[in-house]
Design a protein around this ligand. Structure first.
Ligand code: MF3
Ligand code: CO
Ligand code: CO
Length: 288
């Protein structure tokens, strides 16, 4: 590692380009992460059959403002919404208000953004608080969820938590990916390879790419002060994805169901701090 200098941020950057943040930066990240997590808590009561993804995003936009925060996604590479809402076989980057694309068993889509009984959806919110980014997503169910869908959601949540359990100084990013991949594949599900987690802090997307698959001991070594997201996407079918003509919406190629959970975390002296813990303890908003 070497002193950066010139960026007015002090601190160090590893030779892989990963910033090592100072101890006081952890509290700033906890503040940003808590706002994003609070919004995901508060939106839960608005998820019900007949609700639209457009209305959910409108509510989220209001909530971001009510916290005195800024949306990191509005204006990001032309994206115009405060959230990504990815329903059923949408893997990530679903656009709120857009018609939900047809699933495996439908010829035409439902032609609108109305949630129906049995849907599962991911809501992903990134906010900026005092210049720091908080990025988190979780799954929600609409009405009564089918057992195979609930199992996918549970496996995806548990895969993220196993990845987080591998975060400590001296471990590597490959250890994180391996923890996630080996667990998911043992459940006969697949890990998406086309999208990854990312470093963050006073920027939205920074090095490294945090892969959700890998080999023990590979990739960069984790060091105290690294901030990044872990956000595995897991499919019931094959891992391949396709991006729709809107240039954002990613779906599973085989149009099987997909799920995702995301936390922003920091490497502490002896382990990990999760910045996006749910204040209500509703990160996994399903029965046990
Ligand atoms: N929050 C997403 C992530 O986890 C990024 C969304 S970018 C957007 O990295 F433009 F699609 F909103
Ligand atoms: Co992210
Ligand atoms: Co996100």
């Amino acid at each position: 590692m070497f002193e950066t200098g010139g960026y007015g941020q002090g601190g160090k950057i590893t030779r892989e380009g990963i910033r090592l943040h100072a101890r006081e930066d952890f509290s700033a990240m906890h503040r940003a992460g808590r706002v994003a997590a609070q919004i995901l808590d508060d939106i839960e009561q608005h998820v019900f059959p007949g609700q639209t993804t457009g209305e959910l995003d409108r509510l989220i936009t209001e909530m971001v403002a009510a916290h005195g925060a800024t949306s990191a996604t509005i204006g990001y590479r032309g994206y115009q919404h405060a959230s990504c809402i990815s329903v059923n076989h949408v893997v990530c980057h679903g656009i709120p208000g857009s018609p939900i694309p047809p699933s495996k068993h439908e010829k035409a889509g439902r032609g609108n953004d109305v949630l129906v009984d049995g849907d599962i959806l991911n809501i992903d919110v990134t906010v900026i608080v005092d210049g720091w980014f908080g990025d988190t997503s979780r799954m929600y169910g609409v009405g009564a969820i089918k057992p195979f869908a609930e199992r996918l959601v549970k496996v995806t949540h548990d895969a993220l938590m196993r990845g987080i359990d591998a975060v400590r100084p001296g471990n590597t990013f490959g250890d994180i990916g391996y923890a996630i991949q080996s667990y998911v594949e043992a459940q006969r599900m697949s890990v998406v390879r086309d999208f990854c987690g990312h470093g963050l802090g006073r920027v939205f997307h920074a090095p490294p790419n945090v892969l959700h698959y890998g080999r023990p001991g590979r990739e960069a070594v984790l060091e105290e002060g690294m901030f990044f997201t872990i956000e595995p996407m897991v499919n019931l079918g094959r891992s391949e994805t396709r991006v729709l003509a809107d240039d954002w919406t990613a779906i599973t190629r085989d149009r099987t169901l997909s799920a995702q959970f995301e936390h922003s975390v920091g490497v502490s002296a002896d382990g990990v701090e999760i910045f996006t813990m749910s204040p209500a303890g509703r990160f996994y908003p399903f029965g046990v």
